[in-house]
Design a protein around this ligand. Structure first.
Ligand SMILES: Nc1ncnc2c1ncn2[C@@H]1O[C@H](COP(=O)(O)OP(=O)(O)OP(=O)(O)O)[C@@H](O)[C@H]1O
Ligand SMILES: Nc1ccn([C@H]2C[C@H](O)[C@@H](COP(=O)(O)O)O2)c(=O)n1
Length: 239
C-alpha cells in the first residue's frame, strides 16, 4: 500500500489515532490542530491552555510565581475542565469560565513561570495523559512536549514550525494590531526562550516529522499536516 492509499475516510473510521503536534509559539499549532481534528473526526486537546489556566489561577489568587511549591500545589488542586470538541472553545478553572482571559497578553507574559515549574509540569502531563486515554486515543494533542513526553507512542508525531518573522506577524494580526513589536517579541520569542530551558520543541526527535508553514497559507498547512498523518499511519509503528 502506498502512502496515498490511506484515505481521510479510513482514518475517520479507524481505531487508535493520537496525532501529537509540538512547535514554537505562533507557529499555528492550536488553530491548525483544531482544523485537522475537525477534518479527521478526532477530539482536540490544547495543552498550552492548561498551563495558561494555572497561570491565570495563580495571578487571580495572588499566588507568587516565585513560590514553586505553591504553584505546584495550585496545579495539583485546581479543578480544570475544557471542551475537547474542536468546534467549541471553552476552559473553566474551579468553575470559572476563563476561555478569553487565558489568551490575554498578561497571561502570555507570565505563563512560562508555570511551564518551567517541574512539579506543575509533572501534574499537567499526568492530567493530559489521562485525557488522551479517556478519549479512546482518538485525538489531536498540541503543545511543546507531546511528541517526546506526553505521547511519545502517538501514531503520528510532528513539529509545526514557521520563521520568526511569520510567527510574529501572525500573532500581531491575531491580537488585532494592539501590541507593539517589543510586546510581541516578549510574548513570542522571549517566551520560547524561557520555555526551551525545560523542553525542546524546536528540533524534531527521531521519527518526528516537520511541517514548516512559513510559506504556506492556513489551508495549505492543514493539508500538509493531514498528509503527514496519512504517511505516518501508512508507515505504522517503527520496527
Ligand atoms: N499557515 C498559516 N498562515 C497564516 N496564518 C496562520 C497559519 N497558521 C496559523 N495561522 C494564524 O496564526 C495565528 C497563530 O496561530 P495559533 O494561535 O494557532 O499558534 P500557536 O502555535 O498555537 O501559538 P501559541 O503556542 O503561542 O499559542 C492564528 O491567528 C492563526 O489563525
Ligand atoms: N505541552 C506544553 C504546552 C504548553 N507549554 C507552555 C509553554 C507556553 O509558554 C505556555 C502556553 O502555551 P500556548 O498556549 O502558547 O501554546 O505553556 C508547555 O510547556 N508544554
Amino acid at each position: 500500500m502506498s502512502n496515498a492509499d490511506v484515505t481521510e475516510q479510513q482514518i475517520r473510521q479507524g481505531k487508535s489515532l493520537v496525532v501529537a503536534v509540538d512547535g514554537p509559539s505562533g507557529s499555528g499549532k492550536s488553530s491548525v490542530s483544531k482544523a485537522v481534528a475537525t477534518r479527521l473526526g478526532l477530539a482536540f486537546l490544547d495543552t498550552g491552555a492548561m498551563y495558561r489556566s494555572v497561570a491565570w489561577h495563580c495571578l487571580n489568587g495572588r499566588i507568587s510565581f516565585a513560590d514553586a511549591a505553591a504553584v505546584e500545589a495550585a496545579a495539583r488542586t485546581v479543578k480544570m475542565a475544557q471542551s475537547m470538541d474542536p468546534g467549541t472553545e471553552m476552559f473553566t478553572i474551579n468553575g470559572i469560565n476563563v476561555t478569553a482571559a487565558i489568551r490575554e497578553p498578561k497571561i502570555s507574559e507570565a505563563v512560562s513561570a508555570v511551564a518551567t515549574n517541574l512539579g506543575a509540569r509533572a501534574e499537567l502531563i499526568r492530567r493530559q495523559q489521562a485525557l488522551i486515554a479517556e478519549h479512546g486515543r482518538r485525538i489531536v494533542v498540541e503543545g511543546r512536549d507531546i511528541t517526546t513526553v506526553v505521547a511519545p507512542d502517538a501514531e503520528a508525531r510532528l513539529i509545526l514550525t514557521a520563521s520568526e518573522e511569520a510567527r510574529l506577524r501572525r500573532r500581531g494580526l491575531q491580537l488585532g494590531g494592539t501590541q507593539s513589536a517589543e510586546q510581541l517579541a516578549e510574548q513570542v520569542l522571549a517566551r520560547d526562550a524561557k520555555d526551551s530551558t525545560v523542553v525542546d520543541f524546536q528540533r524534531a526527535a527521531d521519527g518526528v516529522y516537520t511541517v514548516d508553514s512559513s510559506d504556506l497559507d492556513f489551508d495549505a498547512t492543514v493539508d500538509a499536516v493531514i498528509a503527514v498523518v496519512r504517511r505516518a499511519v501508512n508507515a505504522g509503528p517503527p520496527v
